[in-house]
Structure formats: structure tokens, C-alpha cells
Design a protein around this ligand. Sequence first.
Ligand SMILES: Cc1cc2nc3c(=O)[nH]c(=O)nc-3n(C[C@H](O)[C@H](O)[C@H](O)COP(=O)(O)OP(=O)(O)OC[C@H]3O[C@@H](n4cnc5c(N)ncnc54)[C@H](O)[C@@H]3O)c2cc1C
Length: 428
Amino acid sequence: MWDFSTEPEFQSKLDWMKTFVREEIEPLDLVFDRPAHYYDVTDKRANAAIKPLQDEVRRQKLWACHLGADLGRPGYGQLKLALMDEILGRSLWAPRVFGTQAPDTGNAEILAMFGTAAQKKRYLQPLLDGDIISCFSMTEPQGGADPKVFECGAKHDGKGWVLNGYKWFSSNARWASFFIVMAVTDPDAPPATRFSMFLVPAETPGVNIVRNVGLIGEPADEGAHGYMHYDNVRLDDDSVLGGVGQAFAVAQARLGGGRIHHAMRTIGACSKAFDMMCERALSRSTQGSRLADKQGVLANIANSDIELRQFRLLVLEAAWIMDQGDHAAAVTAIARVKVATPKIFYDVVQRAIHMHGSLGVSNELPLQHMWIGAALIGLVDGPTEVHQITLGKRVLRDYKPAPGIFPTEHIPTRKIDAEKKLAKYLKD
Ligand SMILES: Cc1cc2nc3c(=O)[nH]c(=O)nc-3n(C[C@H](O)[C@H](O)[C@H](O)COP(=O)(O)OP(=O)(O)OC[C@H]3O[C@@H](n4cnc5c(N)ncnc54)[C@H](O)[C@@H]3O)c2cc1C
């Protein structure tokens, strides 16, 4: 059955979310307006402002909906999550108010999947309650897309693990209560079993932030991405998440969900840019007519409308595939979405900026955050090219080489067989 409609009961939740995000959460974007702000759990004024909103989200049973029914959530599944996340993607603060902000979502997922009962009690529960922020610390200064160059390592000295090394772009390190750190534990093993994942409380001696790296436009050392130095950090045996040598599998489980959740929110951000573009086209006149009457402007609106709808369908299809539980098909679908996400983000936001002229490149519109968002979305959870390679290889698994020197669709070759098949009709 093919159906593009949403059941009325769930649609009413989405309608409530749309109004709530617009009227109650977007004001936070305007007042607590530094992008990194929404992870700053030490900001008492912001905490006081979001607490009643988070309580309302809980009352509506819409808190942390990325998690399944096994964790006491409604367990809506990925398709419905996509419909929710595209609403949350319109606001910087909305994911935090709904308990679905990265990287806590992915961290909660792997704690739920791989954590022991004690690890879940200590780390997962406060994370789900929204009391703390966490950090995923995997990328290293000398390379992110290729884990084979990672050096940060942990050695067992008979009493426990000792973690040493540097990590890079560990988001929200400065506010995190704990870190999930991927470290080399068996340097001679193949990549699949070379690494282990460690749960590291922030207060552990030796957990040092070299610098808080900011994004383009942010002041030096005020950013949210920690350049980390783990300096002789002592950890007990219970700190390993998912078993010694299992970090690769844990990371893969985490990154798939993270990639599609970013894509879901990207639909929201692009829709907002698109709405702004349409409003501007109808509002601004130049040389005797509205922008909306100019052919080039209409082409940009038409192309953005088509591309955004295509992208949304791609994301919804991937979410639906994930809900079917076909892991292999889901990996392919997520790779497809990951490659498509930065392009749609860039294209729609760039057109929206351009249509607003000088106002578009000013710091007076939300387009400024989207612009950097478009650049970073192509890097977060792995650069586009890596996922193009994954997708291309997986697509080719369904094909085989042509049996002869000419392609299967070579007309003269096929025509010989076709003439044989249709010979009885060719007699006269
Ligand atoms: C906003 C933001 C938040 C982040 N948060 C975290 C976090 O919380 N924790 C964490 O561990 N990491 C985080 N990262 C890091 C992110 O995972 C890495 O940036 C990403 O994996 C790419 O690694 P790199 O930056 O070292 O780039 P590199 O690996 O050096 O790649 C640079 C470029 O080289 C090219 N390239 C790389 N590999 C290939 C290939 N196989 N084929 C063709 N071309 C290739 C691509 O053009 C790529 O963009 C974050 C990054 C950003 C931007």
C-alpha cells in the first residue's frame, strides 16, 4: 500500500509541536542566541527558561522520542520521528527542549544498546532525564574520517585502564558530565577489533581541554568543540562500553542514527529558509515589479520546492526502511541521505541568502546559522565523499559485469535475439 498521509491522532501532535516550537521555543533562539548556548547546562537563566517547556513536552509524551518503547518512550519509530524532527529543525533550541539533541541522542542509544545495568543507571538515566550533557570523543587532530590513523590509546596495567592521547572536535566537552572515548586497546589487531569505547566521567583527573574550538564566526576559545588531552586518565574495568575491542561496532551503531537525525532536522532548517525566500519574493519590489514576478526568482523557488520535496521523500523512505528492521537496506538508505543532506542545505540556504540581498548576508536573519550549518553537515559523522564511496559500493553489489565485450543493452547484439523471438511476425 502506498500512502503519504499521517493518521489524524499523530497529526494533531505534529500540529501542537509546530505551534509550540514557533511560539514558545523560537523566542529562546532570539534571546539566548549564541549557537553553542543551547548546550550550556551551566547557564542558569537559560535553564530556568527551558525547564517549564521541557516539562510541557514530557506532559505531551513527546520527550526523547528517538528512543524506543523498551526505554519507556512512546516508540514511534523513525518515520514518525522524521515528521517530528523536521519541525524541531526549524529552531536551534527545539532539540534540547524535546530531549533529542545530538550528540546526546546517539550517546543514549549506544548506552541503551551496549551498557551494563550499572552504566545505564549512572549515565543513561540522568541523560534521559535531561539533567546532564554528554560528549562523544572519537575524531583526532591528525584524522577524523579514517579511524586507522587514530593514536589515542588505553593500556591495562593490571589494576585498570590508563588512557592517553588527544581528541579533536569533541562537541560540548566543556559542559559534558561524561565522555565516550574511542581508544586503541590492541594496536596490532585489525581495525574492527583494535579499539574499545570508554565511559569517562568529566571530573576524572587527566581529562583536559586544550582549547574550546569555535566554528567560523565564533570568538576564539569560546566555541563548543573540545580539543581534548587525555593525560594518564585512570579508569576501572567497568568503564568499557560494549566489551574490549568492540568500539568499531558501537560507533557504527551510533553514527547511523545520528546521520539520519541530522537529515531530518535539515528538512526543517531548509523549510524555514524556503519560507523566508517565498515571503521575500512577495514582499520586495525592484524595477517596477515584485521579485516574485521575475523569471530567475521563480526558477529558484521552483527548484528549491522540487529539491526539498525530493529530499524529504528520500529521508522518509530511509526512515521507513529503518522501521522495517532490514539492517543492510537501512545502511544503504542512510548513506544516500547523508550524501544528499549537505547539498540541499547549501542550495536552499544559498538561494534564500541571495534573494534577501545585503540583508541576507547580514547577521540579522537566522540564515547566518543555517549557512554554517550547511558547511558542517557535510563533515559531521563523516565527510560526504566517504559516504559516496559506501553508497556506490553497496549499489554495485546488485550488478554484475556484462557477459561479453559489448554492454547488455548493446542494440545490435540484442537485436539478433529480438529478431529470433519475433521471427514469425517478420516473415511477410
Ligand atoms: C560541527 C562538528 C561537530 C563535530 N562533533 C564531533 C564530535 O562530537 N565528536 C567527534 O569525535 N568528532 C566530531 N566532529 C568531527 C567529524 O566527525 C570529522 O570532522 C569528520 O569525521 C571528518 O574528519 P576531519 O575533520 O578530520 O576531516 P578529514 O578526515 O581530514 O577529511 C577532510 C576532507 O578530505 C576529503 N576526504 C576524506 N576522506 C576521504 C575519502 N575516503 N575519499 C575522498 N575524500 C576524502 C573530504 O573532502 C573531507 O571533507 C565534528 C565535526 C564538526 C564539523
